[in-house]
Write a new protein. Structure first.
Length: 435
């Protein structure tokens, strides 16, 4: 009955949210490509490639979840050499990253909308042997279709933000039947078991694995593979080895201006200081350049720095998607975006495993437990505003031993997630069909 009501009102909900959804796709670009896949329409080439497979279907929303899915897929491939996967993602940025980085044995597609007729078409083409959902993306019709076909359904890296948890608890009557369809739930920490159990997930289907996103084993391998950018190509020496670099990672609206003002004040004390900004959404680049153009500093793009001389640049903007990790190598201190002017925070693990000290604002709700652990173990610095950000960054720029101590403590704090990817892969590997 609940799913009947959901499907009855689904078209109305689509009409309400469609304008904003389309506007966001247009802003991010590339929305026309493979658009039919969102409504369960697949071209002949995709159908042919999938016709002889029973792939593992991995579903990831955007860039962060795509990275998790790819790490898990590689770990599964080590256990199952003949593994084939379908990786579906919702956003154009996630799709672009997946298509750029996924190996040939992974078919990258857009996520079908969760309407019963669309899901039925998607299942008839993909024909999955099992389905693995990343983080908290559990959709009623997808879960019901898997259950009806006796296809095992797993949720990995099962993360609940405070906002999502409040929303799910409020509508527990509606969401619990869907959560009860999950055959396997891999949670990052023991405290997560109780939170998911309240929402209807059977306790005997939950396992504490640690976080794939925070797994030092996998992250270290990824960093070893990712080549550092060579800024001296084409004669660029704007960010020389002697430069101190304040790095803003995954920044959101308002944070770029704060970083510039902090940078300009700190440069009076540290003449070699440079600023690097990697906005979370690359489509905001034009807006950011216009904003920074009114300020007393010389700005260049990272793509330009690799091809031409930018010896006099004060600030560099990352203008490509999916390359943030390899750019962390140039940083001296990293500010974690979406934590000062926006809520939620971004992942602090990548810069830590690149050997960089991190500073973040008061809003790390999406990484609340990790942020608390880092701060309490003197493994990161948390600030409240631009003034305290300036003081924290200045302290770290001034003292290399403090930087090294922060990074060392952070590595130690991440050890509880060590091996999380391998543990998750083994549980997914053992997941058998329903009887």
């Amino acid at each position: 009955m609940i799913r009947f009501i959901y499907n009855l009102f689904w078209p109305l909900g689509l009409l309400i949210f469609l304008p904003g959804y389309c506007a966001k796709m247009i802003r991010r670009g590339g929305y026309r490509e493979k658009f039919g896949q969102r409504v369960g329409i697949y071209d002949d080439e995709v159908r042919k490639r999938l016709s002889n497979q029973r792939p593992t279907w991995l579903h990831a929303v955007s860039v962060g979840e795509v990275n998790i899915a790819l790490k898990l897929a590689n770990a599964l491939r080590a256990l199952e050499p003949d593994l084939h996967c379908v990786l579906t993602t919702t956003t154009t940025t996630g799709f672009a990253l997946a298509r750029k980085t996924a190996p040939p044995w992974i078919e990258v597609m857009y996520t079908p909308l969760d309407y019963w007729t669309i899901m039925r078409r998607a299942f008839s083409v993909i024909r999955p042997a099992r389905i693995v959902l990343v983080e908290a993306e559990v959709w009623p019709n997808l879960a019901a279709a898997a259950h009806a076909r006796r296809i095992p359904l797993a949720l990995v890296n099962a993360r609940l933000s405070p906002r999502s948890e409040r929303r799910y608890r409020r509508f527990r009557f509606f969401v619990a039947p869907t959560f009860r369809l999950l055959d396997l739930v891999c949670v990052p920490e023991r405290r997560d078991i109780e939170r998911w159990a309240v929402l209807g997930v059977p306790r005997n289907r939950m396992h504490v694995t640690g976080s794939i996103k925070f797994d030092p084993d996998v992250q270290a391998k990824t960093h070893a593979v990712a080549a550092s950018p060579k800024l001296d190509e084409g004669g660029s020496n704007a960010f020389s080895p002697d430069s101190l670099v304040l790095f803003g990672g995954s920044t959101h609206r308002g944070e770029e201006e704060i970083l510039v003002r902090v940078f300009l004040r700190l440069r009076e004390q540290f003449p070699s200081l440079r600023l690097f900004i990697a906005p979370r959404h690359v489509e905001r680049l034009q807006e950011i350049r216009a904003q920074l153009g009114a300020m007393p500093l010389r700005v260049t793009l990272a793509s330009e720095a690799l091809t031409c001389s930018t010896a006099d640049a004060d600030c560099m903007l990352l203008d490509t998607t999916g390359e943030l990790q390899r750019w962390y190598s140039i940083a001296t201190v990293v500010f974690i975006g979406k934590s000062l002017t926006a809520h939620g925070g971004q992942n602090p693990v990548e810069p830590i495993l690149a050997g960089k000290p991190v500073v973040f604002g008061p809003h790390m709700e999406n990484f609340a437990t990790l942020a608390k652990t880092l701060v309490s173990n003197n493994a990161a610095m948390q600030v409240n505003d631009s003034d305290s950000l300036e003081r924290a960054v200045g302290e770290l720029l001034r003292d290399s031993e403090s930087r090294q101590r922060l990074v060392g403590n952070a590595h130690a704090a991440l050890n509880e997630h060590k091996g999380g990817t391998a543990r998750t892969a083994r549980l997914v590997h053992e997941l058998g069909p329903r009887h």
